[in-house]
Design a protein around this ligand. Structure first.
Ligand code: FES
Length: 320
């Protein structure tokens, strides 16, 4: 979508005129407010990017870190700070499943029911938790402790069936272990994930995804993220490829001319993004990736293992 900031075009495209949320007036009244501190942190996020609207994704995580979902107040704050319409913000927030449209419980439990996890018991886990908790997909328990959702592939198929809690991995689950895990969460415990950083909660991980580390410094972050887990990284695919002598095709080489042209195209792309115009013609896929994608290895991790300093740029909303 390329609606101009401040225009009614976004509303026309999305059909949304205020926010994508669905919450009762009672729920809204109980929400912690977005404070001046939130607004200042939103501006801190905006300052990381050459084009302000590129900050929308982490700003939505920031809103969730305070209120547990993308609230109408959060939509309005993002729109005000970025010069977008609320409809435009809503269009982005409703595109990605990590942005929640109703208040989330203290922990978000995601059960992979995609192909490999599904055939190895993922659906049985989902059904058992749903029955125990008395909730279905995208619903929250009455005590506010757990939001349950089924998820598509969580990118850890070699450890199927996989459950994540607040995006931290609990690999090779079965019905009994998943039940134990959720019971522990409801008792206020934080069982160690099988890999990655220690468990926080949904608001805590949302703050990390907004780019604010819970750890004091880079060393503390590294110590937490690199702590030994019960299982190693998911490398089965890599090992199989090595055994078979398979490798990814080479990336097209960029000539010196195209390299400098790429910088010009990037500048043109920034300008066109500000105008809501299409990308300049003639850019190769490689060039497009060079200009706005987060460089490999610097993406903010869902385990808080993101870079100590934020990446120079991220995809514009809708292009992630
Ligand atoms: S199918 Fe469940 S992690 Fe891939």
């Amino acid at each position: 979508m390329s609606a101009l900031p401040g225009s009614a075009e976004g509303t026309a495209v999305t059909g949304l005129d205020s926010s994508p949320v669905d919450a009762s007036p009672e729920t809204l009244a109980e929400l912690p407010p977005l404070t001046e501190q939130t607004r200042l942190e939103a501006r801190e996020i905006i300052a990381r990017y050459p084009v302000a609207r590129s900050a929308l994704l982490p700003m939505l995580h920031l809103v969730q870190s305070v209120q547990g979902y993308v609230s109408p107040e959060g939509v309005a704050l993002c729109a005000e700070e970025l010069g977008l319409t609320k409809a435009e913000v809503g269009a982005v927030a409703t595109f990605y499943t990590m942005y929640k449209r109703r208040p989330t419980g203290r922990h978000l439990v995601s059960v992979c029911t995609n192909t490999l996890c599904g055939v190895l018991g993922g659906q049985r886990i989902m059904d058992a938790l749903s029955s125990d908790l008395g909730v279905h997909h995208d619903e929250t328990t009455a005590d506010g402790s757990i939001t349950l959702e089924h998820a598509e592939c969580l990118a850890a198929c070699d450890y199927a069936p996989v459950v994540t809690v607040d995006y931290e991995f609990y690999d090779q689950q079965d019905v009994d272990s998943a039940r134990e895990l959720v019971a522990a969460l409801r008792r206020g415990e934080k069982p160690a994930p099988t890999r990655g950083a220690p468990l926080t909660d949904f608001k805590g991980i949302s703050r990390q995804l907004a780019g604010f580390s819970q750890y004091g410094d880079a060393a503390a972050t590294a110590a937490a993220v690199d702590a030994p887990g019960a299982l190693g990284p998911t490398l089965v695919g890599l090992r199989l490829a090595e055994e078979r002598g398979e490798a990814a095709p080479d990336m097209p080489k960029r000539s010196a001319t195209s390299s400098s042209g790429g910088a010009a195209a990037e500048a043109a792309g920034v300008e066109s993004a500000q105008r809501g115009a299409p990308e300049p013609a003639g850019r190769s896929l490689a060039d497009q990736n060079d200009g706005t994608d987060t460089p490999a290895g610097t993406e903010p991790g869902t385990s808080g293992q993101g870079p100590a300093t934020p990446p120079p740029s991220t995809p514009a909303p809708g292009k992630a």
